[in-house]
Design a protein around this ligand. Structure first.
Ligand SMILES: [Zn+2]
Length: 283
């Protein structure tokens, strides 16, 4: 599942190669997108900017038109030099925006719509987003407050709730809580104030560090890394490591499915002990 750092990097790359250029070709399989393109042609407009807000990618065109896409589980944006062969089948293309030099191709993107800047300011989902971990004006105190307000929810679920804090997906959720030493099923309300502050701090560091290293290597395939290990097989602490020994203490990593879409949470029972009074320890 794309996380905030992936959307941020996609936006950054599309911006670098396409902003300031004129659109020479626009296609989409979505009638709602092509209909407006017939009435108010996209070809000939200038791409003003490409940016990320949480997991939403916004491509702004001259003449006050913004393309909002959301990658959900399987969507991705690729950028290719003009005329280059795509790495994905053409049948997966949902949106195509080309300039004279480059094409941005949205593959399997389930959500795409046109907005004016006025629509954008009133957009329900965008307005509901919590503080953006990769945003320039990240509000740390607001993030801490919003997490604490979900007192009854397990902290793992709270971190995935984009209305609380924007940018964390399932991989980072498990990794952040490991690094902060917090059991993922602890109710947010049972955490001490400095635990919540530490979680927010770690979350911001991890997302920012992954944007940095992944944009330096210019390769998405190197993937996320939270351990600082140079071993390519040891990039993550707990995610997808069920029953394997903890890299820090050797205890067997635990995993559990939870939530609507049965996402799997991973944690180390020794490094992330439960601290809720009256509840049995998970061992
Ligand atoms: Zn451990």
């Amino acid at each position: 599942m794309p996380e905030g750092d992936t959307v941020f990097l996609s936006a950054q790359t599309l911006h670098r190669f396409m902003a300031g250029r004129i659109v020479t070709r626009f296609e989409s399989v979505y009638p709602a997108l092509t209909r407006i393109a017939e009435d108010q042609p996209i070809v000939g407009r200038t791409i003003e900017s490409v940016s990320a807000r949480g997991k939403h990618l916004l491509m702004a065109f001259s003449g006050d038109l913004i393309l909002r896409t959301h990658l959900r589980m399987n969507g991705s944006w690729h950028i290719y030099p003009a005329g280059a062969r795509w790495h994905r089948p053409a049948r997966d293309m949902r949106v195509l925006v080309c300039t004279a030099d480059a094409c941005g191709v949205g593959f399997n993107i389930p959500v795409a719509e046109w907005l004016t800047s006025r629509d954008l300011n009133r957009h329900r989902q965008l307005q509901a987003l919590g503080p953006d971990l990769l945003g320039g004006s990240f509000d740390r105190d607001a993030a801490v407050r919003r997490i604490r307000a979900r007192a009854g929810d397990p902290i793992g679920e709270v971190l995935l709730n984009q209305r609380v804090i924007a940018g964390i997906g399932n991989v980072f959720k498990s990794e952040i809580l490991f690094l902060a030493g917090i059991h993922p099923f602890t109710p947010a309300g049972a955490l001490a104030g400095d635990d919540v502050e530490r979680i927010v701090e770690v979350a911001r560091e991890q997302l920012a560090a992954n944007v940095m290293t992944r944009s330096q290597t210019l390769s998405r395939s190197t993937g996320r890394r939270t351990t600082r290990s140079l071993d390519p097989n040891a990039k993550l602490w707990v995610y997808s490591r069920g029953r394997k020994p903890c890299r820090r203490c050797g205890a067997a990593i635990q995993s559990r499915k939870s939530g609507e879409d049965a996402r799997v949470t991973y944690w180390c029972p020794r490094c992330q002990p439960r601290r809720v009074p009256g509840e049995a320890l998970d061992v």
